[in-house]
Design a binder for this molecule. Structure first.
Ligand code: FES
Length: 64
């Protein structure tokens, strides 16, 4: 799904950066993507995607 319509950024784009590049905050995400740089309405959803991906990752590590 699209998180940022203005810049065409999807939840998968964000998840990949969290998993492969250790992105853990909106500020870090903005170093990789121009998210929130236009209308700014996507920032809350982007933060949720970061948080949920980190939670998923830690659950996965516990199992593995
Ligand atoms: S939806 Fe992301 S800047 Fe507008």
């Amino acid at each position: 799904m699209y998180v940022c319509i203005c810049k065409g950024i999807t939840d998968k784009d964000i998840q990949q950066l969290v998993r492969e590049h250790g992105v853990g905050s909106l500020r870090e995400l903005k170093q990789h993507l121009p998210i929130g740089s236009q209308c700014g309405t996507c920032t809350k959803v982007a933060q949720s995607v970061i948080d949920n991906t980190i939670i998923d990752e830690s659950l996965f590590k516990d199992v593995g």
